[in-house]
Design a protein around this ligand. Structure first.
Ligand code: 0WK
Ligand code: BGC
Ligand code: BGC
Length: 924
């Protein structure tokens, strides 16, 4: 008598053949078979338990639970929408892994909504066993060779072909064309591939093959291809179910339920990878000893347990193990076995499907068993059919339990009591097995009675679906290329930034010498930064930024106290008459004095006037030109201190004593200089942008004296107005400049500051929409509205803490019709525009600090820069990009950026205090 194997199964000496003397057919062979097959019976309760445990595992994985790791993977596939049939074009599809030991290449032509359906051309190539378990490079080279062989037969010429790669194994996808293999399944076990990006491996192999120019634009799991290939009339299918050598399903989940994704809108296709489902509690009771043997002898013991009970690669094996067991016990075939019966893979899915097919008579079963080297007796054929039926029925029922869990998940994620859904099915188990689909349908109806499910067989194994995804990927790839081309001019190189720095240095030198230069280098008559001895109460005005502020500044030994009030400057006043503007300013001052109980008190007043002024003294400033949307008449060329004093006179607010006018850069430098005496540069990046710094008086041609310092207001906003920034200016900058109230002016400012960045972004978005890259090409009225895209949106959209979902919310509030990819592209546009602005600003600061270092003939310079302005303060990355650019371009300067807390009003008060102190000293 043969020994009993460790699993308690009869294990003949394994040698095929018959026992010495033929074993009579035991009378109870049928019971013996039934008793053996009872193991494959799965009760309704067990199926429901599997369904429930499966659903739990799905939801644990969706929520990103890692410990214990759920046994189904729930992998996002980056396919965000079911096909809307508009896809067009010729695509090559390479299928690897869907159909066991062979790969398939297809040529698919998509005709869009209008055209009729074109039959894909395809060819199948058998993969040699040694290639399936050899080095990964060998497998991908084999695939690339098959690709060429297939294309050799087609008139493709040397056009660049777009390829969709259907790779039917568990992969972590990070994009439509980026996918890392987690683990092989289904008889594949090539080395050097797990953990690698399989798209890159294929691209490298195609490169090595070098026969055709093929662009691999998408990698797709076969379930996704099956779902996407669903006949438009029948669908849309929102579940893809494959039972071929392996088994798996995908479905459209609400993106907000997928923790891995930073999406809250729309749906995303999830590849469940249910082959790895195992839950001892639920599956343990239905696993038979044959399942354990099969798993133990498989290439990946312990893995894909669920798949090994359903997949076509295993159904034949399970039947073989049962038949071998029954034969060795003399229950079947008179105890005879055969090499096919005793060797792995001896019985294939085709055998099982045919033997179970009611239309295939006993004779056909007999023939098949004979072809397997067996000598079946008449009674054997029916018993064999029972074995096939038991194995396949269980497979279909288990598949149904999993599918029912998916349907329950869909009901939950869509909060629907009932669900009407189309499931695309693919794979040879469906095609070849006569009853698999019907058992599946019946069981699903039992387990998911509130779901109305229609099963749509995929017409060509998903090749079309893969082509659909490839078409979408190709469109997205084309969009990405157009986005990159559009944003390329904003990518400023280090060399270009160094050139800007050098040009700014030359312009500074020319400006200081009083020669023609786009940098006016205006002396401010501030000769020193505060030394802490300033004292007194001062009124200060702060005009030119986002807000107009009136301040009371008390400078005392204990420090500086400020109380202030913001007043608005309506556009009609900013662009009205100068008299109206200055009368409005004085009204605000008087209102402030009343509120502060200062009425009648004569306090020295410092006026931060943030516009280019040629100063003739501390309290004399001739407005050269308005900027930042101001355009009040009869002011340019006027001394604004006089204009203010006239308005004060008109208002009889005689107690107001204007002592100093300062630029906001100077006010900011002084304000920060009060805390840090090394602060010798003032920088504003707000509505406008500008900088000032302490220059050696000897270098200032327009002011007498060779010793000491003079703070110079560079008015760098106008840098490049002589065309010197032409090489960096884009046609978007030109559009913004043309549409501004001062075209041709403030070109540097218009590439950097808050008043313009939003507009630059809007023009880029318009351009990309016209190209069809964004917003489905819909040019909405809102997007064509000037200034609708505020610069603060850039700061919000680029903040790291903001998920794409919030980016979407901002854009939707703008009434922009978003697709899921749009938000990401808008974010990239904002990043490109703000990054260039910060780098250009950094190049400017580098020019200034290097000037100071060289002025003082220092090897190393330590200096602080006082900064203010909404853009600099609010944008999440602007300040760090400026600092990084300065480190790059001025490595011998240790620069500290001090964000001004109290604005330049305090600075204006300090300048006034210094002026008052100097005035007292001269009067003493
Ligand atoms: C606050 C300063 C003010 C300056 C403004 C610039 O107190 O003088 O003009 O920053 O920033 P913005 O308000 O334009 O963003
Ligand atoms: C793979 C899946 C694939 C399924 C059907 C499984 O072994 O892990 O990715 O979808 O087989 O081909
Ligand atoms: C003005 C400067 C000012 C800067 C920042 C520019 O438009 O010309 O004077 O410093 O904006 O507010």
């Amino acid at each position: 008598m043969d020994s009993v194997g460790p699993l308690g199964l009869q294990q003949g000496d394994g040698a095929p053949g018959c026992p010495q003397e033929a074993l009579p057919c035991p009378s109870n062979s049928s019971e013996l078979v039934q008793e053996c097959l009872r193991q494959f019976k799965v009760t309704g309760a067990q199926l429901r338990q599997i369904q429930a445990s499966f659903l739990d595992s799905m939801e644990q994985a969706l929520s990103g639970q890692a410990n214990p790791a759920p046994t189904v993977r729930m992998l996002p596939t980056y396919v965000g929408s079911v096909p809307h049939g508009t896809e067009q074009g010729d695509f090559v599809v390479l299928e690897l892994g869907a159909i066991g030991a062979s790969l398939r290449v297809l040529w698919v032509t998509l005709m869009g909504t209008e055209g009729h359906r074109m039959e894909p051309q395809s060819r199948e190539f058998v993969i040699p066993q040694e290639v399936m378990v050899g080095p990964g490079q060998q497998l991908f080279d084999f695939a690339a060779r098959c690709l060429s062989e297939f294309l050799d037969a087609l008139p493709v010429g040397n056009q660049c072909l777009q390829l969709g790669f259907s790779f039917s194994f568990p992969c972590h996808q990070t994009g439509l064309d980026k996918s890392t293999l987690i683990s092989w399944t289904k008889g594949f076990r090539c080395s050097g591939v797990e953990g690698q990006d399989v798209v890159q491996l294929l691209r490298d192999a195609i490169q090595r093959q070098g026969a055709y120019s093929i662009d691999v634009v998408a990698v797709v799991n076969d379930t996704v291809g099956t779902m996407m290939g669903c006949e438009p009339g029948a669908g849309p299918c929102e579940v893809g179910l494959v039972v071929d050598t392996g088994t798996n399903a995908c479905y459209m989940e609400e993106a907000r339920h997928v923790a891995l994704l930073d999406e809250d809108r729309g749906r995303v296709c999830i590849s469940i990878e249910w082959g790895s489902f195992s839950d001892d509690g639920a599956l343990g009771p239905v696993l038979t000893t044959f399942d354990h043997i099969l798993d133990h002898e498989s290439l990946n013991p312990g893995a894909q347990r669920f798949e090994k009970m359903i997949g076509g690669l295993y159904l034949g094996e399970l039947v073989r193990l049962v038949l071998a067991h029954l034969a060795q016990r003399g229950v079947l075939f008179g105890g005879c076995t055969s090499p096919a019966l005793l060797s792995r893979g001896g019985i294939l899915l085709e055998h099982v499907a045919e033997m179970e097919d009611p239309s295939a008579g006993a004779a056909r079963v007999h023939t098949i068993l004979q072809d397997l080297g067996l000598r079946p007796r008449a009674s054997d054929t029916e018993l064999v059919r029972h074995v096939c039926a038991a194995v396949c029925t269980r497979a279909a029922q288990l598949c149904a339990a999993a599918l029912a869990a998916v349907l329950s998940r869909l009901q939950r994620s869509r909060e629907q009591e009932t669900l009407q859904i189309a499931v695309a099915t693919g794979g040879r188990v469906f095609e070849r097995h006569p009853r698999f689909l019907s058992i599946l349908q019946e069981t699903v109806m039992l387990l998911a009675p509130t779901c109305d499910v229609s099963f749509i067989p995929s017409v060509d194994g998903g090749g079309r679906g893969v082509a659909m995804v490839t078409a979408v990927a190709a469109r997205l790839a084309a969009h990405r290329r157009l986005l990159e081309e559009t944003l390329a001019p904003f990518r400023v190189t280090c060399e270009q930034l160094a050139a800007v720095q050098a040009q700014m240095r030359e312009a500074m030198a020319r400006g200081l010498r009083g020669e023609a230069s786009s940098l006016r280098m205006l002396p401010t008559y501030v000769r020193a930064t505060p030394d802490g001895s300033e004292r007194g109460d001062f009124l200060a005005l702060d005009l030119g930024g986002t807000n107009f502020r009136v301040l009371l500044v008390r400078v005392a030994t204990g420090g500086v106290q400020i109380s202030s009030q913001i007043y608005s400057i309506p556009e009609c006043v900013a662009q009205g008459s100068g008299q109206q503007l200055f009368d409005h300013i004085v009204d605000c001052i008087v209102d402030f004095q009343q509120k502060q109980g200062l009425s009648g008190q004569s306090l020295p007043l410092g006026f931060t006037f943030s516009f280019p002024c040629r100063q003739l003294g501390l309290d004399q400033g001739i407005l050269l030109t308005w900027t930042k949307g101001f355009n009040a008449s009869d002011c340019e060329g006027q001394d604004v201190v006089c204009l203010l004093r006239e308005a004060i006179r008109r208002r009889q607010a005689t107690e107001l004593n204007v002592v100093a006018i300062v630029n906001d850069t100077v006010g900011t430098m002084m304000s920060c200089g009060y805390e840090d005496p090394r602060c010798e540069v003032g920088l504003i990046v707000g509505t406008g942008t500008n900088a000032c710094y302490m220059e050696e008086l000897r270098n200032v041609a327009s002011v007498a004296g060779d010793s000491g310092h003079m703070c110079i207001n560079m008015e760098w906003g106008a840098f490049g107005d002589d065309g010197s920034l032409g090489m960096l200016s884009t046609h978007f900058d030109a559009s913004v400049d043309q549409a501004s109230i001062n075209p041709g002016k403030q070109r540097f400012e218009k590439m950097i500051s808050g008043m313009y960045l939003g507009e630059i972004v809007r023009h880029v978005l318009l351009h990309l929409t016209r190209l069809g890259v964004l917003f489905r090409g819909q040019l909405t009225q809102r997007l064509q509205t000037r200034d609708i895209f505020k610069t603060k949106f850039l700061s919000e959209i680029e903040s790291d803490s903001l998920a794409l979902r919030q980016v979407r919310a901002i854009l939707e509030a703008l009434g922009l019709p978003l697709t899921s990819d749009d938000a990401l592209m808008v974010l990239e546009v904002c990043q490109a525009v703000s990054q260039r602005a910060a780098q250009l600003c950094g190049a400017g600061v580098a020019a200034v600090v290097e000037k100071i270092r060289e002025n003082r003939g220092l090897e190393e310079l330590t200096v602080s820069v006082g900064v203010d302005g909404t853009l600099y303060k609010m944008h999440p990355h602007f300040s760090s990009l400026v600092a990084a650019t300065v480190r790059e371009l001025a490595p011998r300067c240790a620069v500290t950026f001090l964000q001004s807390e109290d604005g330049s009003g305090k600075g204006a008060a300090l300048v006034t205090a210094v002026a008052c102190r100097l005035a007292q000293m001269t009067h003493v």
